[in-house]
Design a protein around this ligand. Sequence first.
Ligand SMILES: O=C(O)C(=O)C[C@H](O)[C@H](O)CO
Ligand SMILES: [Mg+2]
Length: 402
Amino acid sequence: MKITNIKVIVTCPDRNFVTVKIETDAGIYGIGDATLNGRELSVASYLKDHVAPCLIGKEAGRIEDIWQYLYRGCYWRRGAVTMTAIAAIDTALWDIKAKAANMPLYELLGGKSRDGVMVYGHANGRDISETTDEVAKYLDLGYKAIRAQTGIPGLSSTYGVSKDKMYYEPADGDLPTENIWSTSKYINHIPKLFDHLRDKFGFDIHLLHDAHHRLTPQEAAKVGKSLEPYNLFWLEDTVPAENQEAFRMIRQHTTTPLAVGEVFNSIWDCKKLIEEGLIDYIRSTVVHAGGISHLKKIFEFASLHHVRSGSHGATDLSPVCMGAALHLDTAIYNFGVQEYMRHTEKTDAVFPHAYTFKDGYLYPGDTPGHGVDIDEKLAAKYPYERAYLPVNRLEDGSMFNW
Ligand SMILES: O=C(O)C(=O)C[C@H](O)[C@H](O)CO
Ligand SMILES: [Mg+2]
């Protein structure tokens, strides 16, 4: 089965998505997500101008060989743009292989290790009381795991708090909006949120929190310690993780479980974190970490070191990524949790999918392939709209991590 055509589809049904569609001479096609929030067109060009011409006429079933051809063959290894482009091709090729075998993708990945995939939703509010109401809404929907974020007194905006509740979209301007951050205000306030939530809802639900790369190792250790009484499922992205060593200091000071990895794009970003047991959950996902082939290697490596998966699943990861991730989540041994931020109705209409939500779990469905498609006619109605993630400054005006 030969590759005959590769389409790169850019569409904006409420937010931008880049999708690859690989067609074959057998009439079977596969699709892959190639969305890199705020930098979408660079991946679209990488795929259209540099990847597609090399793959026409190649054997669609040679997934590992094509992966290595794109990774080693370009000479310039890794990086978010390259690895997102490779991920999209890899996902589409797995979709084709599973459709050709007439099997849901999880069967090709080793079969089911579990019946359903536990997901967590995002409860966010301007203050503790609004966040508490949002947690209650997620509980009513059946969620077993909920991420809680709240506004910080004295800061006009904070990561993770938005006016859209179910469909939180951080890429909010056609130029980057500017946020202001104060670590000391955050550190004082955040234990109060979890104290209140445990008081109100007890300890039978899983609570998670994302610090979004804003702390130093010492501050992260302090936050981890201050949250220990509230038994979090995880504390995410405490420090920027270019320096994997930094996690050792956090680890030595707190038993709060640590999660990281949504901006990682290869196993080399997390090798030390995993093999030295410095984290509990690795959060990389299909679209940004080289596709099914590479993410499976990361998760299998993690399984040797008692590290579990917790894939990123914000709205900027398209339903195609979500579908593919659910098949991998279903098949791997060391699954932890899957993030699930719902897409809008418009997005769901452009990407018809087989996955379903019930009582806090997502199910990938049994459709051959990864079970997600794209309605190209509908997609064409929503042209690209430039949108950036915000930037962040300290109160004195210095640039900081968003
Ligand atoms: O979902 C999360 O945990 C995030 O941190 C969301 C990211 O800010 C978002 O995906 C950036 O595009
Ligand atoms: Mg995060």
